[in-house]
Design a protein around this ligand. Structure first.
Ligand code: CP3
Length: 354
């Protein structure tokens, strides 16, 4: 394997010394980039980009060509798993993801297969190895998956939701059925992430976008428990290096301690939590990734730089921070503003590592 030329992202995740704070952006390959929109038009659709390794590789590289980012993230989607469970994922313009089949009854749950990545999702592992080859050691590659709970919300609701009424009704009325579904998803995610690691992913992130809509007790029982099962089942060392695991639950400010106790390496933090406070609570156990409000990128480059400065100051001196947004970059952001953001981190962070 080619030697990694820039490993400050992996080092910061393991809280080893770095020269400056590494940075990447959730959803860094996406619609805010005109070159992404051009590739999608050529490929035909979003899923055509995901399913063709050359297109997936092309769009993964696009933000790296523009900005001094410290990591690449596999171009794919969390909903590949439910699609591989035969639910029929499709995207309608302007409406987000939808499924042809929904999971609403005990019989629906029992009919769900556990995903076998090698046979059902080989297009994803092929994309991983193609991207690794193209990166040629430039920066590490992040693999990812949705959390079981977040995947279940889409599978039960049939798409995006505001009130989560079907999935929450299932959780409260038939908790054992919900647990059976989450267990199948956890086993599928373990197989999927381990296959990504074996194909060359050098860190993995679990996106629990909707864990924050749960009650305090339900979060532990229906979301965190299954992320714990995944952390326990993952390959943690590959190619002679530790493969760090990042857990990101949006809206989890009050649960950081229990998340840090899973044995993951880092937590993704959204902007509703103060980074300095998070560090004081869990910073001796895990690295922290985040946490600028993505909407700051609508403000002027000067204002963006001020916000970067204040987040760096809030975390303070020393390693253990990966700079990121607190959620994915929005589609209407000006790419020049993303540039100002990333450059501010590059320029302002070295003083915190002397
Ligand atoms: O970060 C990256 O650049 C890697 C690619 C990536 C995508 N989706 C590409 C994508 C990643 C890591 C995801 C994760 C994902 N997908 C999540 C978790 C993270 C989050 O943002 O909360 C979720 C909930 C999904 C499900 C999903 N996929 C939705 C709700 C949508 C439609 C709405 C939206 O935000 O775009 C998608 C489609 C999608 N996934 C697009 C991209 C670039 C847009 C498709 C397009 O129109 O080109």
């Amino acid at each position: 394997m080619t030697e990694l030329k820039n490993d400050r992202f992996l080092k910061a995740l393991l809280r080893e010394p770095v020269d400056r704070t590494p940075i990447w952006m959730m959803r860094q390959a996406g619609r805010y980039l005109p070159e992404y929109r051009a590739s999608r038009a050529t490929a035909g659709s979003f899923m055509d980009l995901c399913m063709n390794a050359d297109f997936a590789c092309e769009v993964t590289m696009q933000p790296l060509e523009r900005y001094p980012l410290d990591a690449a993230i596999l171009f794919s989607d969390i909903l590949t798993i439910p699609d591989a469970m035969d639910l029929g994922l499709y995207f309608e313009t302007g409406e987000g993801p939808k499924f042809k089949k929904v999971v609403r009854t005990e019989a629906d749950v029992d009919a769900l297969p556990i995903v076998n990545t090698a046979s059902d999702l080989s297009y994803v592992t092929k994309a991983v190895s193609t991207i690794r080859h193209e990166l040629n050691g430039r920066v590490p590659l992040i693999g990812f998956s949705g959390s079981p709970w977040t995947l279940a919300t889409y599978m039960v609701e049939g798409g995006s939701s505001k009130d989560f009424r079907h999935v929450k009704a299932m959780m409260y009325n038939q908790p054992e059925v919900m647990h059976r579904m989450l267990d199948k998803l956890a086993l599928s995610v373990i197989d999927y992430l381990n296959a990504q690691i074996m194909a060359g992913a050098q860190a993995v992130q679990i996106f629990d976008t909707w864990g924050g809509v749960l009650s305090h007790a339900a979060y532990q029982e229906f979301s965190l428990k299954y992320m714990q099962q995944i952390v326990d089942g993952l390959i943690r060392e590959h190619e002679g290096r530790r493969v760090p695991v990042i857990l990101f639950t949006k809206g989890a400010g009050q649960w950081l301690e229990s998340m840090a106790n899973t044995g993951c390496d880092a937590l993704g933090i959204d902007w509703t939590t103060d980074l300095g406070n998070a560090r004081a609570r869990v910073g001796s156990k895990v690295a922290l990734q985040g946490n600028m409000d993505p909407s700051v990128l609508y403000a002027s480059p000067k204002r963006i730089r001020e916000e970067v400065a204040s987040i760096l100051a809030s975390y303070g001196h020393g390693t253990g921070q990966v700079f990121n947004l607190g959620h994915g970059i929005h589609q209407f952001v000006d790419p020049e503003h993303a540039k100002a953001f990333i450059e501010a981190v590059v320029e302002l962070s070295p003083q915190y590592h002397k």
